[in-house]
Design a protein around this ligand. Sequence first.
Ligand SMILES: C[S@@+](CC[C@H](N)C(=O)[O-])C[C@H]1O[C@@H](n2cnc3c(N)ncnc32)[C@H](O)[C@@H]1O
Length: 372
Amino acid sequence: MSEIFDVLRRWPDVEAPGLVAVDAADRLILDESAELRASAQADGIVAINDTYGALTLGAAHPGASGIRTHIDALTGERALEANASRLGLADRFRPLPLDAELVRGARIVLLRLPRSLDALRDIVGLIAAHADPGVVVVAGGRLKHMSVSMNDVLREHFGQLDISHARQKSRALVARAPRDGRDPMPAGARVEGLEVRAYGGVFAGARLDIGTRLLLEHLPDAPTGGTPSDPLIDLACGTGVIGAWMATRYPGAHVYSCDQSAIAVASARETMLANGIAERVTVVRDHILGARPSDSASFIALNPPFHSGAAVTDLIAPRMFEDVARVLRSGGQLWCVWNSGLKYRPLLERAIGPTEQVARNAKFTVTVSTRR
Ligand SMILES: C[S@@+](CC[C@H](N)C(=O)[O-])C[C@H]1O[C@@H](n2cnc3c(N)ncnc32)[C@H](O)[C@@H]1O
């Protein structure tokens, strides 16, 4: 197995020393499931929340095929595809959304535990609702990201739970006897006059992040753009709260909300429907602004991420600024909120152009950068 692990890369996600494509939790999930996988029928294996393909390709390597797989982040899904073609295993799996088809009739589910309990509840409820009654879920993670509450969430939907010994700071939870299954439902709340919808695991849930609030309070009264060909862009949209706010505050404006997370995109679509603005807001799953043409946009709003999976990293925001610079037309503006400690201003100046501070509180800074 180690020969395939040596080939795995995170690309197109950020790569740097200390950011790995496979770790001890992936190895433990594969080892704990090895016997079960050896006797599984074709199409019986499902991998959920695989980060860069270690679970899917680790299962495919000994000969399994028809593996169904779901990765929330588009960069993870693309890394899996790139890793698979390097290993000649591209025909052994199908990427699917997190819905009934992913887990219908499944016998073995390899699950990388998400950090959010609500995300875990959505996943295990879905498995319990649609998998084979004999399904075995082998769920694993790093001890530092696990809590006993995860056991409780698994017990909500499974009658039997066995817990492995810890190995290399990782642990596996093995669940059998599914019960009380249910399809994921978004949480909902009314926030600052908007309906917000959130599937488990989306940034901030059905609440307004305090950085996002500061950005919304200072967005301009009349931004340039907002036409179908030059929509106001809500980059890294999460629940879509910024996009929904722009579409309601600027009557008739067309908005484009995008995020690489499948959970975010599903949440944002529900948010737009709940506010009656879905016909003016396009929601797209994309890696940064990959689908937007160069020199095309007048206005982009952004609260950038500082996580790549479980790792905190300051490598993603600079990449976003580079892509924003590509997509903005000359004179176009990026309105951005950031944790003041990150000191993004010189980066924004360099990547985009002249950058002014619009607001600042104890924790966050809002800037507007104008494309030179
Ligand atoms: C700080 S949250 C902001 C969410 C939302 N705009 C808000 O203010 O509540 C950052 C978002 O960036 C998204 N993200 C991370 N990496 C991304 C990428 N490479 N391309 C697009 N979106 C990404 C995350 O999924 C997350 O939803």
